[in-house]
Design a protein around this ligand. Structure first.
Ligand code: ISJ
Length: 173
C-alpha cells in the first residue's frame, strides 16, 4: 500500500477555515453589541443570556452527536472573546469620544438574532470538523486558519486578540 501523504497544515487550515471565519463574524458583531449597550445601563456581562446560549448549544450538541461539554467550552470561549472586544471598544470610546457609535442597534431585536444565526452555523461546522479537531494537526492548522481569517477580514489588533481568545477549546474537544 502506498504511504499516506503527510497531512499538511494548509490542508487542515482549509478544513478549519469555516470555523475561524464564523468566529471572526461573531467577533465583528461585538461592535454592534457594544454599540447597543454603550451609554445605557445594560452591562457588558449578561450572565442570564450567557447561560441561555450555553444551555441551548449543549442541548443541540446532543442532537448532533457532539460532546455537549466540548461544545459548551467552545461557546464559553466565544463569549469571553466577545466581551474582551466589547471592553476594548468601551475603552476606545471612553478615550476618543469622536469614535463613539452614532447609532444604537437594538440588542434583542437585531443583534442577538444575528448572533443566534452564527450559533447554528458554528454547530454545523463543529460537526463537520470533528475528526480534524481530534487530530494532532489541529493546533497548527487552526493557527493558520485563524491568521487567514483575521487578515482576510482586516481585523485590527483588538479583534485579533479576541480571535486568539476564541480558539483554545477548538482542538481535541
Ligand atoms: C453578546 C452579548 O454580550 C455578552 C456576550 C455574550 C455572547 O457572546 O453571547 C452573551 C452575553 C453577554 O455577557 C450580549 O449581551 O448579547
Amino acid at each position: 500500500a502506498p504511504a499516506p501523504a503527510p497531512l499538511r497544515a494548509t490542508a487542515v487550515a482549509a478544513g478549519l477555515a469555516p470555523l475561524t471565519d464564523l468566529f471572526t463574524e461573531r467577533l465583528l458583531l461585538a461592535d454592534k453589541v457594544a454599540a447597543a449597550k454603550y451609554g445605557t445601563d445594560k452591562p457588558i456581562d449578561d450572565p442570564a443570556r450567557e447561560q441561555q446560549v450555553l444551555d441551548d448549544v449543549a442541548a443541540r450538541a446532543v442532537g448532533l452527536g457532539l460532546d455537549p461539554d466540548a461544545v459548551t467550552a467552545v461557546f464559553r470561549d466565544q463569549i469571553e472573546a466577545n466581551k474582551l472586544v466589547q471592553r476594548g471598544l468601551y475603552a476606545r470610546w471612553d478615550a476618543h469620544p469622536e469614535l463613539r457609535p452614532t447609532e444604537r442597534p437594538d440588542l434583542v431585536q437585531e443583534v442577538r438574532p444575528a448572533l443566534d444565526l452564527i450559533t447554528t452555523r458554528v454547530l454545523a461546522a463543529l460537526r463537520e470538523t470533528e475528526s480534524l479537531r481530534a487530530s494532532a494537526a489541529c493546533l497548527p492548522g487552526l493557527s493558520v486558519a485563524a491568521a487567514r481569517s483575521g487578515y482576510g477580514h482586516e481585523l485590527d489588533l483588538l479583534h485579533l486578540a479576541g480571535l486568539g481568545r476564541a480558539l483554545p477549546s477548538v482542538c481535541g474537544g
